[in-house]
Design a binder for this molecule. Structure first.
Ligand SMILES: Nc1ncnc2c1ncn2[C@@H]1O[C@H](COP(=O)(O)OP(=O)(O)O)[C@@H](O)[C@H]1O
Ligand SMILES: [Mg+2]
Length: 245
């Protein structure tokens, strides 16, 4: 079976630091959750930044559905069906929930002049409410600025966005940092629900107790290299901890 994403021999330098070294890894073998783990500085975020179009790789290639793609911007990544949720940058805090869901993909109405039309706020508000209800988020109004939401609610908005735009894969880089236990559990539940809807995830966390229970497969990185790639059933939290430290 062709995996949704295949990274082949990706390398990345930051000045003199080799942050990623010849990494070959697949994600989305069917609808699956891959836990990406490793100590601080292991290269997890670097790999994800390449996939999400934040930074180019220096070497290697990326295949989506078996075909080589060039990911040079976040838009290229989204167009390929990859939705990335960072801890802080997924949202524009001062803008409404509805605008954040449709950011870069706004619905317009009326005559289009030079490719632009009037924003259809009513339609975006209605769809935003429907999308949020799907992730069991019932917020006061789609016009609420995102800065008034809790961390867990913001993750919910980003997940609603991924579902609405039929992303194939969601990438979450340390999504549970700074979240309460309750909010963390909610994010973990969302990711499992997405898998039931056929959406794969890459879930990065330094907390093995968050990643292990929900993952189908675990990829371990250390010093820029992939050092293990195992089915969850073939490993344990203890064995993973020994690899990481
Ligand atoms: N923008 C950057 N500039 C310079 N070095 C960086 C930058 N981003 C990451 N690095 C370095 O690359 C290595 C991998 O970092 P990173 O991918 O963030 O690791 P992780 O997410 O696993 O903690 C580290 O040595 C880190 O210091
Ligand atoms: Mg990181």
């Amino acid at each position: 079976m062709t995996p949704f994403v295949r990274c082949e021999k990706l390398s990345k330098w930051y000045g003199g630091v080799l942050a990623l070294k010849d990494v070959t890894v697949e994600f989305g073998r069917g609808a699956e959750i891959v836990g990406l783990v490793g100590d601080n500085g292991a290269g997890k975020s670097t790999l994800i930044k390449i996939l999400s179009g934040a930074h180019p790789a220096d070497q290697g290639r990326i295949l989506v559905d078996g075909r080589e793609v060039r990911i040079r911007s976040p838009r290229d990544s989204m167009n390929a069906g990859i939705e990335t949720i960072y801890q802080y940058t997924a949202m524009v805090p001062a803008m409404s929930i509805a605008r954040n869901i449709f950011i870069g993909r706004e619905i317009t109405r009326g005559p289009r002049i030079a490719g632009c039309g009037f924003l259809d706020r009513t339609a975006m508000g209605r769809i935003a409410v429907e999308a949020l209800a799907k992730v069991e988020l019932h917020l006061r109004s789609p016009e609420t600025p995102v800065q008034e939401l809790s961390g867990g609610e913001r993750q919910g908005v980003a997940i609603a966005r991924a579902i609405h735009f039929r992303s194939k894969m969601l990438v979450l880089d340390e999504p549970t940092n700074h979240l309460s236990v309750k909010e963390t559990n909610k994010v973990l539940e969302f990711v499992v629900q997405l898998r039931e809807q056929g959406i794969s995830s890459i879930f990065i966390s330094h907390n093995l107790h968050h990643v292990y229970p929900i993952s189908d497969r675990i990829v371990v990185m250390a010093r820029g290299e992939k050092i293990a790639d195992v089915e969850r059933a073939q490993t344990s939290v203890d064995a993973l901890t020994r690899m990481i430290v």
